[in-house]
Design a protein around this ligand. Structure first.
Ligand code: NAD
Length: 360
């Protein structure tokens, strides 16, 4: 029996999470997986009820779960609160408490949406990339950090530092992921200029010796950003430190169209957290207009990475593909000749497609 902590959060978070849970329940039934769900408040909703964006009870629910399904947090209503109790602290504190150091962001093009991309069909057809971003080290956290005033005036300082264990553990996650996919890993760095990158490249190569079946390439980050646009189908798994990964994962995401389609996983030594990459979208909250696909694909990642149920995960991905092939579209991805549906109906169509899919 696996327990899934469900943290819907704010704005469209509850709307899309509800659909993801619906699809998970149907998938569990079809694949004979025993799942239980435990819901807990987070973000602005938790602040209103309990006075803090990450209540102790919510953290405890997450710590004893096998995986966490997260919606989104935040909204204009809470933007004037002090930073330490803003809804966004709910997710930041959770990532920190669970030491979620690896962020996995797939960017896969659904054939039915090939014309929704800003790139030409022949460039993006077949794109299926997984970006593995280091999430807890590098420039964003390195010390010293800050703005100081010295004899020459003000000075802004950030420190790009990586230790051997930090590089080893993220490299292992990336090789493991590549091993499960098309067995090609591209490690991105700036080893011609940065000492941290020189160490990164050396250690990634060392870790690679333990994965002889995975083909490893190294690429400078400036070249990687160009190749993602020029020849994106040349990538399978791409691994990068925090800052490079932040930028490249957004670039890769945009190859495939709407923000409403993109899932993510954050992994550490213990429980993993799965969430759509979008925020709480207050502009469309409560209108049954949000695209639930990013949340539903996050649920598929949960099955694959935390529960080892790869077939069930693939069934959800196929079901999403099938619903899109049948022409169902939420407003954010609507095109002429397709059928507009709301959040709930999109969830229903995908659920039906899971249940109607090939035998488990
Ligand atoms: P956003 O991702 O919420 O929205 C950006 C745009 O994309 C909006 O126009 C929105 O309508 C649209 N959009 C987002 N998700 C969609 C979906 N599933 N279907 C259809 N359209 C969708 O980003 P934002 O507007 O910058 O931020 C809104 C709030 O969300 C802020 O309070 C921000 O801090 C918070 N936020 C939270 C997270 C998180 O919970 N991890 C991430 C990003 C932003």
């Amino acid at each position: 029996m696996a327990t899934i902590a469900v943290l819907p959060g704010d704005g469209i978070g509850p709307e899309v999470t509800r659909e993801a849970v619906k699809v998970l329940r149907a998938t569990a039934e079809k694949f004979h997986l025993a799942l239980t769900f435990e819901e807990a408040p987070v973000g602005g909703t938790a602040y209103e009820a309990i006075g803090t964006p990450l209540p102790d009870h919510t953290l405890a629910v997450c710590q004893r779960a096998d995986a966490i399904l997260f919606g989104a947090v935040g909204g204009p209503h809470w933007d004037t609160l002090p930073r330490n109790i803003r809804p966004e602290q709910g997710i930041l504190a959770l990532r920190k408490a669970l030491d979620l150091y690896a962020n996995l962001r797939p960017a896969r093009l659904f054939p039915a949406l090939v014309d929704a991309s800003t790139l030409k069909r022949e460039v993006i057809e077949g794109v299926d990339i997984l970006v593995v971003r280091e999430l807890t080290g590098g420039l964003y956290f390195g010390q010293p950090k800050g703005i100081q005033t010295g004899p020459e005036g003000e000075r802004g300082v950030d420190t790009l530092v990586y230790t051997r264990p930090e590089i080893e553990r993220i490299a292992k996650v990336a090789f493991d992921a590549a091993n499960r996919r098309r067995k090609h890993l591209t490690s991105v760095d700036k080893a011609n200029v940065l000492a941290s990158s020189e160490l990164w490249r050396r250690i990634v190569t060392e870790v690679g010796a333990g994965f002889p079946e995975v083909r490893l390439d190294h690429m400078y980050v400036d070249n990687a950003s160009m190749q993602l646009l020029r020849h994106p189908t040349g990538f399978d798994v791409l691994v990068a430190e925090n800052t490079f990964g932040d930028i490249l994962s957004d670039e890769a995401a945009m190859l495939t169209g709407s923000i409403g389609l993109l899932p993510s996983a954050s992994l550490g030594a213990g429980v993993g957290l799965y969430e759509p990459i979008h925020g709480s979208a207050p502009d469309i909250a409560g209108q049954d207009a949000a695209n639930p696909i990013a949340a539903i694909l996050s649920a598929a990642m949960l099955l694959e990475y935390s529960l080892g149920a790869a077939l069930a995960a693939a069934a959800i991905e196929s079901a999403v593909s099938r619903a899109l092939d049948q022409g169902y579209r939420t407003p954010d991805i609507q095109q002429p000749g397709t059928r507009r549906v709301g959040t709930r109906e999109m969830g229903d169509r995908i659920t039906e497609a899971v249940l109607a899919g090939g035998e488990a």
